[in-house]
Design a protein around this ligand. Sequence first.
Ligand SMILES: Nc1ncnc2c1ncn2[C@@H]1O[C@H](COP(=O)(O)OP(=O)(O)OP(=O)(O)O)[C@@H](O)[C@H]1O
Ligand SMILES: [Mg+2]
Length: 205
Amino acid sequence: MAHVITVAGRKGGTGKTVLSHSLAHGLGLHGIATVMVTTDPDREILPSDSRRYLTQDGRDPARLVELLARVEGDPQFVVVIDGGGNRPAFDAVLAEASDITIVPFTPSAEDIRVLRLDLQRIPDAYALPNRWPTNAMAKKVADGLLAQRLAEFRGRMMNPMPSVNALTTLVDEGLPSSSIGPACKGFALRILERMGLSLFDFRTA
Ligand SMILES: Nc1ncnc2c1ncn2[C@@H]1O[C@H](COP(=O)(O)OP(=O)(O)OP(=O)(O)O)[C@@H](O)[C@H]1O
Ligand SMILES: [Mg+2]
């Protein structure tokens, strides 16, 4: 079976698209055959040239099913799906078809409110604190918000992803910045670990 990872969540602007690319980039840098699928009808498909992973169009659900069926039998493949946002029923279907579902959120009361609903609705989804501050004061406030409002989801909380401006080079057409390599590789390893996988499970190129 191919390994399927969905990055989902109802709230807009939490980083689903950038993190899907970051994860695919990190997996690709580790030498893992990775396909990143866009399902958001409002987004164009970025070209695969100059990427370490393939980009595919899953905006039409029939095509998405076809894509998944094509790689289904190959355990060497990882598929990363950008859920697109604001489609809870679609997210639930994607989560069912995935080995792991990640719901990013930023340190805002509104993101946390919507995240709580998503975590209740998708019982095996993990939460990913994104754009998490690294400045000591701001981090203290953000960590406080997390401890206060998400205590019962502690076991489903992943390590935070900081704000890394150069990650946005992944959603552009040129070459991704080389500075993001370590952050993306580390991110990919953290997700694989949550899935009970490691690099030894892949014939890395
Ligand atoms: N870790 C990060 N570091 C720096 N910028 C980030 C990070 N994560 C997201 N961003 C920026 O935040 C903005 C929103 O991110 P993105 O478009 O990935 O969110 P989204 O959840 O896919 O939004 P939508 O719901 O509209 O699809 C973008 O400008 C993106 O570049
Ligand atoms: Mg998006």
